[in-house]
Design a protein around this ligand. Structure first.
Ligand SMILES: CSCC[C@H](NC(N)=O)C(=O)O
Ligand SMILES: [Mn+2]
Length: 416
């Protein structure tokens, strides 16, 4: 009977709970937007744990925290694993976190067990995966693969008017946004990238399975839609004479749902998570309404077709209501398949451990999907209660996270 290394699940879980105290909201909520003081506190804690595990830690100029442990041959490409520790605005304690703390635990176990390895190992906590502050996510991983230029840093602002450039410049750790090109990684530098993450959907919980193996990741696209009409007095402008962008937005948002529900078999999903009215008074017909659109699909062509239908609807509603409109593209990430080689690695190690892990799709986006541009990627999912995520009731058990972390460890051992 093959024996397998055990990780310290108590240490993993207590670290998840310790990190959850930073930016805590209520009993189990978390608010830790990127490049804030809460994010800095979280990065310092993760840095401490990385160093304890035998990793040498540094920040790249995108704000990613990178721990590195040399192997026998430093010239070999690294085996990289990680996720993110920033959160959505009213998030949970596990999204992204288990992937960083689990990765640190993998290296801690390799160090403690004196397991020798040829390849360097890198653990990464990516900067602003969620996009909660600057309204475009997967930032640190987009930067790492060379998709970010300095000019774009100066065009993204948070709700307080601070640019991402300024936030990086003043964050510390030697981060200099003018040097981001020095932090871009090339294809041959990284052998593979592995990420453990909570599923954030109901499949594993409904089928009573602790872990799953990801074969593909749906592509998220984010847009900001602005409608402009004629502001006026709420008490005096007759209904038939109004050019009201709020009612136009309501009609469009309802139509977005219809467009994305038209094929019950399709994976297409669309969400309007944020809406703002200007000037926003109860007794003023709004001058302008701005709302977000998060549109996703595992099929890129179908996502584009749905988006084209949505744009047509926006045009028609605005024409009928005499509204002007603009659409800003914040982010368009293609859906990606995971590497067949790494799906097989996770399948083999789970079978060897007597775990019958299902193969599944990720509806959520992940940093792994960007890393796919420069290396092979693999992902392992951990069950979360009722599939809840992006809210304080997000929950995963110590046992399930331990199963996922030990699969991650065995997968890493196959490739270092
Ligand atoms: C698309 S950018 C934001 C990424 C975020 N990722 C996760 N895992 O929640 C999400 O899927 O919303
Ligand atoms: Mn998330």
């Amino acid at each position: 009977m093959q024996t397998f290394y055990k990780i310290n699940s108590k240490r993993v879980y207590s670290r998840i709970m310790e990190l959850a105290e930073i930016g805590k909201v209520g009993d189990t909520g978390v608010k830790r937007p990127a490049l804030t003081k809460e994010d800095k506190e979280g990065q310092l804690l993760a840095t401490k744990w990385m160093e304890e595990a035998g990793l040498t830690v540094s920040h790249d100029h995108f704000g990613n925290v990178i721990g590195r442990k040399e192997g026998k041959d430093p010239s070999l490409p690294s085996v990289m694993l990680g996720s993110h520790i920033d959160s959505v605005l009213n998030g949970g304690r596990f999204d992204g976190i288990i992937g960083v703390i689990g990765a640190i635990e993998v290296v801690q176990t390799i160090t403690d067990e004196n397991i020798s390895h040829d390849h360097p190992i890198e653990v990464v906590a990516f900067c602003e995966e969620e996009g909660s502050r600057f309204n475009d996510g997967l930032f640190g991983s987009r930067g790492m693969i060379g998709q970010i230029d300095v000019g774009s840093l100066k065009k993204r602002f948070d709700d307080n008017g601070i640019s991402r450039y300024e936030a990086l410049k003043t964050f510390g750790f030697g981060i200099d946004p003018d040097k981001i090109n020095e932090s871009v990684r090339k294809k041959n530098e990284i052998k593979l990238f592995l990420e453990m993450h909570i599923e954030q959907g109901p499949y594993l919980d409904e089928t009573n399975q602790p872990v799953g193996i990801v074969k593909g990741i749906a592509g998220p696209a984010w847009y900001t839609i602005s409608l402009e009409g004629v502001a006026g007095h709420a008490g005096t402008v007759p209904m038939g004479m109004r050019q009201d962008p709020m009612v136009g937005a309501a009609e469009i948002i309802t139509e977005i749902e219809k467009i994305c529900k038209q094929d019950p078999e399709a994976d297409t999903v669309a969400t309007v998570g944020r809406i703002q009215s200007f000037p926003g008074g109860s007794n003023i017909i709004p001058a302008k309404v701005e709302f977000s659109l998060d549109l996703r699909d595992i099929d890129r062509e179908r996502r584009q077709n749905r988006y084209d239908e949505i744009k047509e609807k926006i045009k028609n509603v605005c024409a009928a209501r005499k509204l002007s409109y603009s659409i800003e593209t914040n982010m368009e990430i293609d859906p990606v398949p995971c590497s067949e080689k790494l799906v097989k690695t996770f399948l083999d190690v789970s079978k060897a451990k007597g775990i019958n892990a299902p193969i599944m799709i990720s509806g959520a986006g992940h940093d792994a999907m960007l890393m796919a541009a420069i290396t092979d990627i693999g992902m392992v999912f951990v069950r979360c209660k009722d599939g809840i995520s992006h809210q304080p009731n997000e929950f995963a058990t110590e046992e399930d996270i331990a199963i996922g972390t030990e699969l991650l460890l065995e997968a890493v051992l196959q490739h270092i």
